[in-house]
Write a protein that binds this ligand. Structure first.
Ligand SMILES: NC(=O)c1ccc[n+]([C@@H]2O[C@H](COP(=O)([O-])OP(=O)(O)OC[C@H]3O[C@@H](n4cnc5c(N)ncnc54)[C@H](OP(=O)(O)O)[C@@H]3O)[C@@H](O)[C@H]2O)c1
Length: 240
């Protein structure tokens, strides 16, 4: 898919990986629409972008998802790519909490159910475009558990499963591509509790995604995730 002249909505585009992707696309002459909950953060991010606007809203809230989708279709009808990047994670130990189910509920709502709903809201519009893409940001956590993120991994594994099913559903629809980006540990505020300072810079995730987009490579494992993705692919090839 071309990396220029798109109109791209990025959830969680005001910081971290989302902002790094927004900056790359903005520099390449795409129109970028960033989203986040905090207005001040959005304004600071807009100052780093050209040809960009912001839509404030909390994608974990159903009414906000509906409002944002309506805003996009009415005011930015050229939108041909959505990047479902905003996510939630709680860093904690199962032995030190009594409400893991509540944390899991928030994580599952934000990282899985909200993305399914927002995608449903935007799909009919995207299908009217000559070329369109849905991009879901999952994680290295798809491939295993982490003691300090005990209820997060399952939400990203669920998102992965949905993303593959979505791609299969539309594989004969030539104008819709479905991408999945699997970041490893990335140095952002999100990962501060789990040693994120040792992670790769968010710009590396953005660079890898742009290369994948140019090559129509729908699975985008980044950095350390590549060896896990390769091992799983090899194991599956031996069965089939
Ligand atoms: N960092 C890592 O090590 C890592 C590794 C693998 C996968 N990931 C995934 O990458 C994605 C981005 O993470 P990041 O590290 O870039 O995080 P980040 O630096 O904390 O940035 C998160 C962005 O999402 C926004 N956001 C959070 N919740 C939102 C919501 N409910 N609705 C709308 N916007 C929301 C934030 O702005 P507001 O707070 O103002 O809303 C901010 O713009 C997440 O899905 C995460 O699971 C991260």
């Amino acid at each position: 898919m071309k990396t220029t002249e798109n109109t791209i909505f990025i959830s969680g585009g005001s910081a971290g990986i989302g902002l790094a992707i927004a900056q790359k696309f903005s520099a390449l002459g795409n129109k970028v629409i960033i989203n986040g909950r905090n207005t001040e953060r959005l304004e600071k991010a807009l100052a780093k972008l050209s040809n960009a606007v912001a839509i404030q809203g909390d994608l974990s809230v159903e009414a906000d998802r509906i409002r944002i989708a309506e805003d996009l279709k009415a005011n930015h009808p050229d939108v041909n790519m959505i990047i479902n990047n905003a996510g939630a994670a709680f860093g904690y130990l199962l032995s030190e909490t009594t409400n893991a189910h509540k944390k899991a509920e928030i994580e599952m709502n934000t990282n899985y159910l909200a993305i399914i709903h927002f995608t449903e809201l935007m799909l009919p519009h995207l299908l009217t475009k000559d070329v369109a893409a849905i991009v879901n940001v999952s994680s290295l956590a798809v491939f295993g558990s982490h003691k300090f993120l005990p209820t997060y991994g399952a939400t990203k594994a669920a998102l992965h499963s949905y993303t593959v099913a979505l791609r299969m559903t539309y594989e004969d629809t030539k104008n819709l591509q479905v991408y999945e980006i699997y970041p490893p540990l990335v140095n952002t505020a999100f990962s501060a509790e789990i040693g994120g300072e040792n992670g790769i810079p968010p710009e590396e995730v953005a660079d890898e995604f742009l290369i994948a987009l140019e090559n129509n490579q729908f699975e985008v494992p980044v950095g350390e995730t590549k060896k896990y993705a390769a091992a799983v692919a090899e194991a599956i090839s031996k069965i089939s």
